[in-house]
Design a protein around this ligand. Sequence first.
Ligand code: NOJ
Length: 737
Amino acid sequence: MHTYSLSLLLLALPAAAVEIEQRVDALLQRMTLGEKLGQMSQSNALRGGISPEVKAEIRKGRWGSFLNAGSFEDRAEAQRIALKESRLGIPLIFGRDVIHGYRTVFPIPLGQSASWDPELVAQAARIAARETAAMGIQWTFAPMLDIARDPRWGRIAESLGEDPYLASLLGAAMVRGFQGASLDAPDSIAACAKHYVGYGAAEGGRDYNTTWIPEAELRNVYLRSFQAARAAGVATFMSAFNNLNGIPTSGNVFTLRQVLRKEWGFDGFVVSDWNSVTQMIAHGYAGDAAEAAFKALRAGVDMEMNSTSYYDQLKSEVEAGKVDLKLIDEAVRNILRVKMRLGLFDKPVPTAPDNAAMFTAEGREVAKRLATESTVLLKNENRTLPLSKSIGKVAVIGPLADSPVDQMGCWVRDADPSEVRTPLAALKETLGAARVVYAPGLKVSRDVSRAGFAAALEAARAADAVLLFLGEEQSLSGEAHSRAFLDLPGAQEALVEEVARAGKPMVAVILAGRPLTFQKVTERAGAVLFAWHPGSMGGPALADLLFGDAVPSGKLTASFPRTVGQTPVYYNHMSTGRPPVPSDLGIKMGMPKDPAQDTAKYIDVDYTPEYPFGFGLSYTTFEYSNLRLSSPTAPMGGTLTVSAEVANSGAVEAEEIVQLYTRQLAASVTRPVRELKGYRRVRIKPGQKQTVEFTLRTADLAFYNERGQLVTEPGAFQVWVAPNSARGLRGEFRVTE
Ligand code: NOJ
């Protein structure tokens, strides 16, 4: 009986795929060129409601998709018209930017990545998918998989950090979360791997700027997270805005046709980014809209977002014999295939939004856990944290203590700020309102007025401890919001200086969309927590951490520079021929030193980051010892076991993210000084220790060589089991032929 039903299942899978192909082909046969180009067009026109003109266009098959569109009712009506009143009844697909939550807001993706917790990240995406699907939307423009090494770039907030291995794991988890077990389930939505590719390498950290990435670097660093999303079954890709090595990514035959389609076998569809097809004119890659449309189509962009060059230009180009109809048929096939996989042809149009799916207790719980796990403890002198609940009064100071909109982060369109739980509200709940003295000192992060300083100092004097909620407003990060300075904006540092005069223990909690530089605050405060923009449940998560109901376990996924002049600073860099020496460490910031050695350093700031990738403290301490390798050599194709003991030497039960790094000392192309190869989250009781074991396959050491081949080369390696990318126990091994 079992065997029988299993074989049926196996037969059924390819049959479903075959049926989809047959349905797509049959439909394609019946489509006019205008209808085909309509499918390849995505419009923003429902934003202000659904006009009679747009209704007529949908009836005519003018649009295949709408983005960030209208109300639930508008979408339902548009879909009804497409299915019932257009000639061929082809459904629309509605896309929306659901980047870190729909109504329940999760931490910004960079924050989520600091949890190193794919399971939890997948759960958050699942909840976002449910809320999104309940509103008649079937497609999100997430995850953003751009590797980000530059905190000036505003979109680092949307990234999963600087490491390709971790971004691959977490990005694939998001894809699984959004798409669920089956794309056509009522609570699944299609994910979109964006921005393909290299967008995060913008020169100077300035959004939309040019990128230069040699092919080996592209494959070893920037393509990996996209390939992982492809392997996880992502339904769509988005081509990016950037010019990559002289060819804009929305017209890039190499990345879109060679890599994505040929090498990875992707059969979903590619949507351009907003106007990125016609922006190839400004890039200097196309002379006019017709050329831009042709070049995007040739490269394999199936659907054009917002600009209308496909619809306006390609008909006459095909008729004039300048564009091959086969290219258009292929694009339409890709789009229809995804629409069928989503079940859009067969599902009834929902008649009312499912409000029960919104802001559920389960969603709030996941949002709180993710905000807790994302928060990174950067400093904790003399056990300033956790605070005791029997403390008398606390002063709550700073522009981000009670700012729901800022706390939500940069990509939120559908949440209700009144549902957001701020730190101030949560602290009042934990301690009782009478023990919380609130004096923000500054109205917003950019405020330069000292008008509120006196009240803040008075609050600090009246309290037993000062909690400072500092950082940057949500509007200072995200798309087109790059910064050339990474300091705390406004008069925040001056506020901290003023409040410090009260002489009370101070804790700084920083809420921001990117790594910032805030040394003066760190010097003044006994403890520093970095909480990113933590979303709807940031307040309760932080209250738990501050008072010891939760223990910090987050680890940074982007290096924090000491000063903006060091950027880009990232852990997996190459060595140089003159690597810095220990005497180059400790060069004071801003103080030029007459260099004793000609090494790759700065003469006015230590060359290392302020906080390295992988760094994060706990309320306990962990000691690493006893590194063991199963063998000093690994034959090519074999494996090696690497283990170490990790002991909890403090007084609190806590979780540690134990990291495995390797370095190949010499290869046919130079390899990074360290690369993350694995990690384990372990929970250890005080006084106890655990052996943490990793299996390293020689295939895990592979990289793309100069000829674009994935190879493992024999030779000498270093290996670390480490609490972060700058420390750890080091061993050696060789890979033999
Ligand atoms: C432009 C952004 O780059 C992209 O990430 C987003 O999905 C689209 N606009 C649609 O809003």
